[in-house]
Design a protein around this ligand. Sequence first.
Ligand code: ADP
Ligand code: MG
Length: 224
Amino acid sequence: MIEISNLTMSLSSAGRSVKILDEINLHVPEKELLAIVGPSGSGKSTLLGLMAGLDRPSSGSIVFDGTSLSDLTEDELAMLRRQKIGMVFQSFHLIPTMTAIENVQVPLELQGRQDASEEAKRLMTAVGLEARCGHYPVQLSGGEQQRVAVARAYAGSPALLLADEPTGNLDSKNGTLVIDLLLNLHRDLGNTFILVTHDMNLASRADRVITLRDGRIVEEQSKP
Ligand SMILES: Nc1ncnc2c1ncn2[C@@H]1O[C@H](COP(=O)(O)OP(=O)(O)O)[C@@H](O)[C@H]1O
Ligand SMILES: [Mg+2]
């Protein structure tokens, strides 16, 4: 599904170049649940952003489903994300001027789905929020907002789900709810799921855990 080769990301800071990712090599097979752990600043979010085509690497390549991301224009990358990638962030990132269900419906409409409104309703129900469809994000708790974000991420059944510390802003009860939802949807759909987390308990439920430190993969552990 994803083949990352010699991926390096450098940024210049105060006139000198800093390597944020350093020669990353990683193969993620279809359907894998891969957890990425590591201290703050180790490059986890940068790596996810590159996999989503939100940023261009300094060198190296990412091949997604047989297509090298570096061969795609910005428009083609946006199209790829729209059709194949769902994303969940730590801070929810819902559109504040839209209701919960509208937030879920937008990506479906962008995909040209005729049944966008029914499908959005189905997803809101799947995350247990059918009674909150007409609420605006500000009227929802953090846990509820993240469940809407999960419904939105799963709109269109993406081949790849990327989640960046999805429980980082939630208390443990809501965090558990969101994680259970993500794991259940992943299992039901059978897609590929790459999850950045600080929660070792959660990471232990993944097929494989890689640890980043200073922009390098320093450890890799597969489920026995
Ligand atoms: N746009 C940026 N400009 C400068 N430094 C950045 C930028 N984005 C990230 N960094 C730096 O890159 C390193 C890795 O960041 P990040 O990928 O966010 O790590 P993590 O998600 O593991 O906490 C950090 O040292 C961070 O300060
Ligand atoms: Mg991060």
